[in-house]
Ligand binder design. Structure first.
Ligand code: NAD
Length: 468
C-alpha cells in the first residue's frame, strides 16, 4: 500500500510526515477497542472528564510555539493566524471541559409532570464512537471542535485527519496521551478508503470538507442509519451598501478574501456593491496590493502558499477561464518564485453565472459585482447553491437588517468580515454548505448525544409488606 505524505507548501521538497494509511480492516478493529474504552468513559464522573480536557488545553498552551510552527510548516498558514488557531484550540478544550458539568436533560423539558406518582424526565447520553473526518485548513481547531464535545459528553473518538495535515493530526492525539483512558481516542491517517471505513465503523459522524466529498459521506451515514453532520464549502458574499466607508470596508474585505490565500470555508469570494462601485473598487485594489505575499513564517505576511500544486492550478485555470469569458483582472501582483504561491486576484465584469462566481475555487480569488438595489443584492447572494456566510457593510440599520432578513446563509455578519468563527455559538450553513445539525457551542453537545425520556414510578404497594 502506498504511503501518504504531507509536504510543506512553501517548500514542497520538505516532507513533513509520511505514514502508511490505516486500512479499513484496522479501522474496524480500532473502532471495537474505542467502543470498549467508551463504555467505561461514559460512566466517568464529570470531574474526570473535565480534567482530561483541561489537561489537554494546558498541554497545548505549553507547546503553543511548537504547535503554531507545525501548522505554518505543514499547511502554510501565516504565523499570526497559526498562533491564533492554537489559542483558539486551547480555549475550545477549556470551554468543553466546563461543559462536562452542564445539564444533561433537554433544557426545554428537564422534568415534566408525571401521570403516576413518580418522575418524568429527560436525559441525554453519548452515542458511542464518534467518527470525525477533517480537512487540512484548520488542522488543530476543527479536529478539536469535534473531538472535545464528543469526549465531554462521554463518547470515544476515531479521528481521520486530512492527508495534508498528517503531523497536525498526530499532535492532536498527543495532547490527550495519558490523559484519556487507553484506546478512547485513535487518530487514523489515510485517504478516502480510511474515511469510508470510519463512517462504516462509527455510531455518529461529523465531517468537514468539500461539498463533493461531504455529500457522499452524509449519504453513506444516512444509509447506515447514523446521525451525521457535514460542514462544507461556500461561495460567500460581502454586500456593501452605499453608506459603507470604502477604505475601512476594503481593508476588511481584502483580508477576508485573500488572507491565508483564501483557503477558509468562510472566505469572501464575491463582493456585491450596491450603487456606484468606483470608490470601493479603488480602495480594494489598494488594500489587496498592500497584503504581503510570501513565507508564512514571516510575521508580516498575510498570504502564504496554497496547499498543493493542484490547488494552484485550479486558481490559475479559474482566472484564465473568467478572463476568456470577459472578466477583468484588477490586480497585477506577482508571487514569490519558489513554493506554491499564487498572487491574489481581484476580478470584475464576471458573469454571475460563471463557475468562478458560483463554485468554490478555494484560493486567493474574489470578484466584484455591482447591483442597483438591495433586492438585487440579496438575489445575487442567494443565486449560488451554497449558503454558508454573508457579510453586510454599511451604517443604516434598517437597510442592514433588510439584507440580513433576505439572504439565505447560515451565518450573517454585519460590519465584520465573513471570516471568523465563535466556537461558543452554533456554526453551520444552509443549502449545499451544510447537512444535518449545527456544530460548536452547545449545539455540539446535543449532536453527540441522544435524548431519552424516562418515566420513574414509585413501586406498587407490596401486599405482603402491608399485611405484616
Ligand atoms: P476534502 O473534502 O478533500 O477532504 C476532507 C476530508 O475527507 C479529508 O480528511 C479527506 O481525506 C476525507 N475524504 C476524502 N474522500 C473521502 C471519502 N470518500 N469518504 C470519507 N472521507 C473522505 O476537503 P479538504 O480539501 O481537506 O478541505 C477543503 C474543503 O473544506 C473546502 O471545500 C472548504 O470550504 C471546506 N471547509 C469547510 C468548513 C466548514 O466548517 N464549513 C471548514 C473548513 C473547510
Amino acid at each position: 500500500m502506498s504511503l501518504i505524505q504531507s509536504r510543506s507548501p512553501q517548500k514542497p521538497d520538505d516532507v513533513v510526515a509520511e505514514r502508511a494509511p490505516v486500512t479499513p480492516d484496522r479501522v474496524r478493529k480500532l473502532a471495537d477497542s474505542v467502543r470498549v474504552a467508551q463504555d467505561a468513559w461514559r460512566r466517568r464522573d464529570p470531574y474526570g472528564r473535565a480534567a482530561a480536557l483541561s489537561g489537554a488545553a494546558d498541554r497545548l498552551r505549553a507547546r503553543a510555539g511548537e504547535a503554531a510552527a507545525l501548522i505554518v510548516r505543514e499547511v502554510g498558514k501565516p504565523v499570526v493566524e497559526a498562533n491564533a488557531e492554537v489559542s483558539r484550540a486551547a480555549a475550545i478544550l477549556d470551554y468543553y471541559a466546563q461543559s462536562c458539568f452542564a445539564a444533561i436533560g433537554d433544557l426545554l423539558a428537564p422534568t415534566l409532570p408525571a401521570n403516576q406518582p413518580g418522575l418524568l424526565f429527560t436525559e441525554r447520553r453519548p452515542r458511542g464512537v464518534a467518527g470525525l473526518i477533517t480537512p487540512w485548513n484548520f488542522p488543530l481547531a476543527i479536529p478539536l471542535w469535534k473531538a472535545a464535545p464528543a469526549l465531554a459528553t462521554g463518547n470515544g473518538v476515531l479521528l481521520k485527519p486530512s492527508p495534508e495535515a498528517l503531523a497536525c493530526g498526530e499532535l492532536v492525539a498527543g495532547l490527550f496521551d495519558g490523559l484519556l483512558p487507553d484506546d478512547l481516542l485513535h487518530v487514523v491517517p489515510g485517504g478516502a478508503d480510511t474515511g469510508q471505513a470510519v463512517v462504516e465503523a462509527a455510531d455518529v459522524v461529523s465531517f468537514t470538507g468539500s461539498a463533493t466529498v461531504g455529500r457522499g459521506v452524509a449519504a453513506a451515514a444516512v444509509r447506515a442509519g447514523l446521525p451525521v453532520q457535514a460542514e462544507m464549502g461556500g461561495q460567500n458574499a460581502a454586500v456593501v451598501l452605499p453608506d459603507a466607508d470604502p477604505a475601512t470596508t476594503a481593508t476588511m474585505l481584502a483580508g477576508a478574501a485573500m488572507g491565508y490565500a483564501g483557503q477558509k470555508c468562510t472566505a469572501t469570494r464575491r463582493i456585491i456593491v450596491v450603487g456606484d462601485a468606483t470608490a470601493l473598487t479603488e480602495a480594494l485594489v489598494a488594500a489587496v496590493a498592500g497584503l504581503r505575499v510570501g513565507d508564512p513564517a514571516d510575521a508580516g505576511v498575510a498570504v502564504g502558499p496554497v496547499i498543493t500544486d493542484a490547488a494552484r492550478r485550479r486558481v490559475l485555470d479559474g482566472v484564465a477561464a473568467a478572463r476568456a469569458a470577459g472578466g477583468r483582472v484588477l490586480t497585477r501582483l506577482t508571487s514569490p518564485g519558489d513554493g506554491l504561491y499564487v498572487a491574489p486576484v481581484l476580478l470584475d465584469s464576471v458573469d454571475p453565472g460563471h463557475p468562478v462566481a458560483c463554485e468554490e475555487t478555494f484560493g486567493p480569488l474574489a470578484s466584484i459585482f455591482t447591483v442597483p438595489d438591495l433586492p438585487a443584492a440579496a438575489a445575487l447572494v442567494n443565486h449560488v447553491r451554497y449558503g454558508l456566510v454573508t457579510s453586510v457593510h454599511g451604517r443604516d440599520i434598517g437597510r442592514l437588517f433588510e439584507v440580513v432578513r433576505a439572504v439565505d446563509t447560515g451565518l450573517i455578519r454585519v460590519n465584520t468580515p465573513t471570516t471568523g468563527v465563535d466556537f461558543h455559538a452554533p456554526f453551520g450553513g444552509e443549502k449545499a454548505s451544510s447537512q444535518g445539525p449545527r456544530e460548536q457551542g452547545t449545539a455540539a453537545l446535543d449532536f453527540y448525544t441522544s435524548l431519552r425520556t424516562i418515566t420513574l414510578c414509585t413501586p406498587p404497594p407490596n401486599p405482603a409488606e402491608e399485611a405484616a
